[in-house]
Design a binder for this molecule. Structure first.
Ligand code: ZN
Length: 195
């Protein structure tokens, strides 16, 4: 961030009084420009033991497969955001949304919330951001062509839980001090149980 969005003056980094970390501060109008994590919402659309994946038509990871997910908009609930992203990327309608997995991705300041959801029908089609949209059984999942670590961890956990017959809400961590996106930290259920 270089210029103040309030008055256009050049910004500098400083620790505001009473704060404990550097912020972009405007000397001209006094505005402190806080930067906070962004929320990504998405879902696992299920249909007859298959899940819907989208092949990305955009960078990054063009051509690789992902679950419908994207940034939450202002004024939007988490569930409405997941429904919108699924409609936009996969042309699909979902229902019975159940919050399922949350991920801290601290090295890129993102929080993911993934729902489980049921596909309302199989009348889906690739949106502008997708090359292709398709239902996969567990055996058909293209594990070496999944776009993001958070998505492969979501799918792995989902199939693991499906074998056990229950889907407890859990929080996981993606990331590493080395910044290579390696998955660190177990996914722990809120009851403290590991899985
Ligand atoms: Zn300003």
């Amino acid at each position: 961030m270089k210029f103040c969005s309030n008055c256009g003056h050049r910004l500098h980094l400083a620790i505001p009084p009473g704060d404990d970390r550097s912020r972009f501060v405007c000397d001209a109008c006094g505005t402190v420009h806080y930067q906070n994590p962004r929320v990504v919402v998405g879902c696992i659309p299920e249909h007859e033991r298959r899940v819907l994946l989208c092949r990305r038509a955009i960078e990054p990871r063009h051509g690789l497969w992902t679950l419908p997910a994207g940034y939450l908009e202002n004024g939007e609930t988490l569930a409405a955001g997941a429904e919108r992203e699924t409609r936009e990327e996969a042309g699909a309608r979902i229902g019975e949304l159940a919050p399922y997995l949350m991920f801290n991705i601290c090295h890129i300041s993102q929080i993911y919330l993934m729902f489980r959801a049921g596909l309302m029908d199989v009348d889906f089609a690739a949106g502008r951001e997708s090359l292709e949209v398709k239902l996969f059984t567990e055996e058909e999942i293209p594990w070496n062509q999944i776009a993001f670590r958070v998505i492969s961890e979501t799918l792995k956990t989902y199939f693991h839980d499906r074998r056990r017959g229950s889907f407890p809400f859990a929080i996981g961590d993606i990331g590493t001090a080395a910044g290579d996106g390696r998955f660190i930290g177990a996914i722990a259920g809120l009851d403290g149980g590991k899985r």
